[in-house]
Design a protein. Structure first.
Length: 585
């Protein structure tokens, strides 16, 4: 009897111990410097992940032993720096993948650079695939400090087809200069258009009257070639997307707020179905599509196929435009450009199908926003110059009055140059300032020459926006414009916001250094603020029990390091929805 009693007590005690144990975790991140972005618990030592959620956030004095099971992977961080998953609040993802797998010539201004880039690309593409774009010479056009130093730019570099024919013998090429005023066709492209033995207006010839391959914009010759350019195959586009996804994972990006053209939605679905969608996507279709999407039963937050709420792939805000960009003198200002006294910028079309430019009283913009709101979408609108930003805030103020409530989730995209009186309006309207800090490191090359020193005091004024109560959303704007190539690794954006210098550290002390912000403020704009901007701060954006396990792990602690060393930081691991999508060896 005594023996049975002892056995019974052993069984009971074992049952009690089992009931006290936790559900075994899938992943435990241990012994790290974990920056939670939770005000009441900013630092932790370990994170427990079960399925796709965070099941515990532990301090150094708390043990994770009870969460360890037979299949638990315990990752010793050895003091590495952990943040909530980095959310890129502004991407053109279709262009990003195309830049990775296609030709990128913005920094190229000589034959050697041209040949090197084309060799890289032909090794990626199949035979007969066209190579187009490139935008050669952009960075040579605007060198940092050129205006102040009185430097004179050399004449336009003009490559010819003979420099590239041997490399591109299996791929027709139609490359463009950064301003799209001059194009270069290789011999295959000329032959495809029947121009190898024909001379049309706009073709540049050598002394023997042979076509050099250079063709001027707007010419009949250029139209002939464009008419025979073979469009990309669907598989090539999907390969570009795969390359983009891989690059995002390697750079710690767990979610993108993407400017999504028509048709791209279903490509995302294809990657999702094959488990190749390695970051969350908040798709932002064009502002003009509100009524169309409503008629299709689609609204903000739903999956494009199931039409149900989804946390991974879903529709986001509608994306519109007021003005152009500063790189091409298109941003809209109250006063003319300093280097183009007759030009103050221009209004911008919404889509190529929209024949009307924006009208100064913004009625067309307001109608688009109201229709979108009735379809269940907020609006995020591109505005860069002082007049563009002011007009957008005026329009939002009118909307707020009509709705009788503030504008949660509405954004002014870029908000590059702001007048003094417009800074407080972001908070008053509850409108998010979606900014692109890497632009600072890049645009300072030429901005003062464009708009003068006084207006530059309101350019990329992140500190003043924060001091006036605005919510900042950080985005990379990858892949860039015809004036600049943008980078999306968080270290570049954080460096730009915190140090306000080029990648080479110019100018010393920072460009308009009074607008520097802290690393904490920069990380906040990259994590919890971007989750809030997508109506998801209750389930991600910080590291807290119950939230989704989107996590970025860096090799160095950016909070505690000298800000000058931020650019030495690398991403060691990226976790999305509880799945490790990148691990640096």
């Amino acid at each position: 009897m005594k023996r049975y009693l002892i056995l019974f007590l052993i069984l009971i005690s074992g049952s009690l111990l089992f009931s006290c144990a936790q559900t075994p975790a899938d992943i435990i991140l241990a012994n790290g410097e974990i920056y939670t972005m939770e005000e009441d618990n900013p630092w932790a030592s370990s994170i427990v992940i079960t399925d796709n959620k965070i099941t515990a956030v532990l301090s150094e004095s708390e043990s994770y032993d009870n969460y360890v099971g037979d299949r638990t992977r315990v990752i010793d961080l050895n003091g590495r720096f952990v943040t909530p998953g980095i959310i890129d609040g502004h991407t053109h993802f279709n262009g990003y993948g195309a830049q990775i797998n296609g030709v990128d010539l913005l920094t190229v201004s000589d034959n050697d650079g041209l040949k090197t880039e084309l060799r890289r690309v032909v090794n990626i593409l199949g035979d007969d695939e066209w190579i187009t774009g490139g935008l050669w010479g952009g960075y040579e056009e605007w060198a940092f400090g050129a205006a102040e130093a009185g430097k004179k730019k050399r004449g336009r570099w003009e490559p010819d087809r003979w420099a590239i024919d041997e490399i591109t013998e299996n791929n027709p090429c139609l490359l463009s200069s950064f301003d799209r005023k001059l194009f270069l066709a290789n011999t295959l492209a000329l032959e495809a258009a029947g121009l190898d033995n024909e001379r049309l207006e706009g073709m540049k010839l050598d002394r023997r009257r042979h076509p050099t391959g250079l063709i001027y914009a707007g010419s009949p010759a250029l139209k002939r070639i464009r008419d025979v350019v073979k469009p990309k195959s669907e598989e090539r586009i999907l390969d570009e997307m795969r390359a983009g996804m891989k690059a995002l994972a390697e750079q710690g990006i767990t979610e993108i707020h993407d400017i999504t053209p028509v048709g791209q939605e279903m490509r995302y679905v294809k990657l999702e179905e094959s488990s190749e969608l390695t970051c969350r996507v908040w798709m932002r279709p064009d502002l003009s599509r509100g009524a169309e999407l409503k008629d299709a039963g689609l609204t903000m937050g739903v999956h494009p196929v199931t039409k149900q709420k989804n946390d991974y792939l879903r529709f986001g805000a509608l994306k519109g435009y007021i003005d152009g960009i500063m790189g091409t003198h298109g941003a809209l200002f109250f006063e003319p450009y300093s280097d183009q006294p007759e030009n103050s910028g221009h209004y911008r079309r919404h889509t190529s199908d929209d024949p009307d430019l924006m009208v100064p009283n913004m009625e067309k913009m307001y109608d688009y926003i109201k229709v979108g709101y009735e379809a269940g979408f907020v609006s995020n609108v591109h505005a860069i110059g002082t007049k563009g930003v002011a007009l957008m805030l005026d329009t939002y103020e009118r909307l707020m009055t009509d709705l009788g409530k503030d504008l949660e989730g509405f954004r002014v995209i870029h908000a590059q140059v702001i007048r003094d009186q417009d800074f407080p309006r972001f908070k008053a309207l509850n409108v998010i300032a979606e900014v692109n800090p890497y632009h600072v490191s890049d645009d300072m090359r030429w901005m003062e020459e464009r708009i003068g020193t006084e207006r530059c005091k309101g350019a990329y004024a992140f500190k003043r926006l924060i001091d006036n109560g605005a919510v900042l959303s950080f985005g990379s704007d990858i892949p860039g414009t015809s004036a600049a190539k943008y980078l999306c690794h968080p270290k570049y954006l954080i460096h730009a916001a915190v140090n306000r210098t080029t990648l080479n550290g110019e100018p010393e002390g920072g460009w308009f250094s009074q607008e520097k912000i802290s690393v904490h403020e920069a990380l906040k704009a990259f994590t919890i603020n971007n989750a809030y901007a997508a109506f998801a701060d209750d389930i991600r954006g910080s590291l807290k029990e119950g939230k989704l396990a989107d996590i970025t792990i860096f090799d160095k602690n950016m909070i505690r390091m000298d800000p000058k060393d931020i650019l030495t930081t690398e991403v060691d691991m990226t976790i999305v929805d509880g799945r490790i999508v990148f691990e640096r060896k």
